[in-house]
Ligand binder design. Structure first.
Ligand code: ADP
Ligand code: MG
Length: 159
């Protein structure tokens, strides 16, 4: 059984809000993949998630640094963008396996890391539909992912 949910996002604020909703459910060891073309809204969602945990965080795209770590009160979190990675050897030196012991990972362009990319609990695929509209397809890929998707669903149903 594949558990998946779709969300229509009318503008960048709604995309950020989806990230923010997920924020407080994350724990160390959780891995979220963010898929979608350039400009689809991956960093926008990540920014919404991170600033919910730390409103003072200045979230910049990790396009050039590959990884930006955040220490928030509730959670340590690594935001990664693997677009510019030169193969999985580059990823090995980052020590993601060790990071997972104490951090959650949010990974843009996860496919660029090949086999070295930690597998996702939850995959969020963002697709451009028209102008500011985006569609997010959230897919649970592990038992933990199913739990996260359920928590996300419940949070969004609350008034
Ligand atoms: P990515 O990280 O996927 O390359 P970004 O989040 O950096 O994408 O950029 C998305 C761009 O699209 C931003 O300039 C943002 O303001 C704009 N945008 C317009 N509508 C949306 C939407 N519904 N969701 C996310 N971003 C949107
Ligand atoms: Mg980005």
């Amino acid at each position: 059984m594949v558990a998946a949910r779709r969300f229509d996002l009318a503008d960048a604020d709604q995309t950020a809000a989806l990230g923010a909703t997920l924020a407080h459910h994350l724990v160390a060891g959780d891995v979220i993949h963010l898929d979608g073309d350039l400009g689809a809204g991956k960093t926008t969602l990540a920014r919404g998630l991170i600033t919910r945990l730390d409103p003072t965080a200045r979230v910049k795209s990790p396009t050039y640094t590959i990884v930006e770590p955040y220490e928030t009160r509730a959670l340590a979190l690594w935001h990664l963008d693997l677009y510019r990675l030169n193969g999985s050897a580059d990823l090995d030196v980052l020590g993601l396996g060790d990071a997972l012991d104490r951090s959650a990972l949010l990974i843009e362009w996860p496919d660029r890391g090949g086999d070295a990319t930690p597998p996702a609990d939850l995959r969020i695929a963002l697709a451009y539909t028209a102008d500011d509209l985006r569609r997010a397809t959230v897919t649970a890929l592990t038992a933990r992912g199913i739990a996260l998707l359920r928590l996300l669903d419940q949070s969004l149903k609350q008034p």
